[in-house]
Structures are given as structure tokens and as C-alpha cells.
Design a protein around this ligand. Structure first.
Ligand SMILES: [Zn+2]
Length: 204
């Protein structure tokens, strides 16, 4: 099947032709990955006879898929210019990421809230991959709703919730950026990210 047709299934349709051209222009092996949940995407520099390789997680919504794809292409472009002489998310990467996002801003591909979050992320010198909660939140709003999955920040105080591994916790107060939660069986205290996804067992 035509590359752009495949990309259109994962990306906003207007963005697919340009990503298709980048894949050719940079001679990049681009993979849509099905077996990873800790990372959105990945770039590997040429090594051992292999060329540039990028993979992006298949289950991202189209906006998150596009932002991740551009993030990884910015790594590729930075590697071409500087090889290993610069930090992965340093000033050089950042300026390439900014430049490479421009055509998608010009095509008006993003909803206003996502555009605002990306712009402020690009202007925040500390930002790297998924460490920006505002960007992550605004991108996730466009995910198809999952049943019974809630983020810790949205739960009322004292809600009992469960993790995928079956451990059960009670939500307590917020400490700085994270939530204190007590594991019911051990009474030990854990700190949870506000955007950790959990299953509600009993409303607080
Ligand atoms: Zn990165």
C-alpha cells in the first residue's frame, strides 16, 4: 500500500504527505510499533550498516502521533548535523523540533488547545519528550475514551483504586506535584503522578 495512505490512518490526513516526503528525503526506516507502552516513539541513529530508524507507537491519537513523529525526526536531523556531539534534547534538537513543527502549524492541523500546549512546550527550555504534563494532557484529550480508566488527579479524595497489577490504593492529599496514596494491604505510602491511569474500585 502507498506510504501516505498508511500514514493517513495514524496521522491527521493533511500531515501525512509531508511525513511521507521526510521518510524518503532522510532515507529513514519508519515503523509503526505495536509492542511498547512505556515510550511514545524512538529514534535510532545509523549503526552497523543500518540507516536511520524511527518507530512510533500505533495506539497514539493522530495529534500525539504527529507530535511524536516530528519529535523523532528532529532527533534524526540533529544527528545528521551534529552526530553524537550534542545532548539528545539539547538546544540543537529543540531548535530543529521548533522548525520542523512549523509546516504543521501553517497548515492549521492542531486544535487551538493542542497548539497552545505545543507552543508553550517549545518555549520551555526544560521540556523534553513526555515530561510536559500540559502537553500530555491536551494531547490525551483526543484519545478515544477508555472504560473505567481514570487519572489519579480526577479521583475524589479517598477513592479506592486498583492498578493493572491488582494492587489496591486509597487516594490521599496532594504533595507538591504528586498524590499521596496508601496501599491498602501494606499501609505503605506511595506518590502517584497526577496522570497515572487507574481503575476505580470504590468512589471516595
Ligand atoms: Zn526524544
Amino acid at each position: 500500500m502507498d506510504k501516505v495512505k498508511v500514514l493517513e490512518k495514524y496521522l491527521p490526513a493533511d500531515a501525512a504527505p509531508l511525513i511521507g516526503r521526510w521518510i524518503d528525503y532522510f532515507k529513514c526506516e519508519f515503523k509503526i510499533s505495536r509492542n511498547r507502552n512505556s515510550k511514545f516513539g524512538d529514534y535510532r541513529a545509523p549503526f552497523d550498516g543500518k540507516g536511520h530508524r524511527i518507530s512510533v507507537n500505533y495506539d497514539l491519537n493522530p495529534y500525539a502521533f504527529l507530535v511524536t513523529t516530528v519529535h523523532e525526526f528532529a532527533h534524526l536531523h540533529t544527528w545528521n548535523e551534529h552526530k553524537h556531539r550534542v545532548k539528545p534534547h539539547g538546544a540543537e534538537w529543540k531548535s530543529n523540533f521548533k522548525k520542523m513543527m512549523q509546516p504543521f502549524f501553517e497548515k492549521d492541523i492542531f486544535p487551538a488547545d493542542v497548539k497552545r500546549a505545543i507552543t508553550s512546550y517549545l518555549n520551555n527550555p526544560a521540556a523534553s519528550s513526555c515530561s510536559d504534563l500540559n502537553l500530555y494532557r491536551s494531547l490525551c484529550q483526543y484519545d478515544a475514551p477508555k472504560e473505567d480508566v481514570h487519572t489519579v488527579e480526577k479521583l475524589p479524595m479517598h477513592t479506592i483504586f486498583k492498578l493493572k497489577d491488582g494492587r489496591v490504593f486509597r487516594k490521599e492529599e496532594k504533595l507538591r506535584k504528586r498524590y499521596k496514596c496508601v496501599e491498602i494491604s501494606t499501609r505503605r505510602v506511595y506518590l502517584f503522578s497526577p496522570v497515572a491511569e487507574v481503575e476505580v474500585v470504590e468512589q471516595g
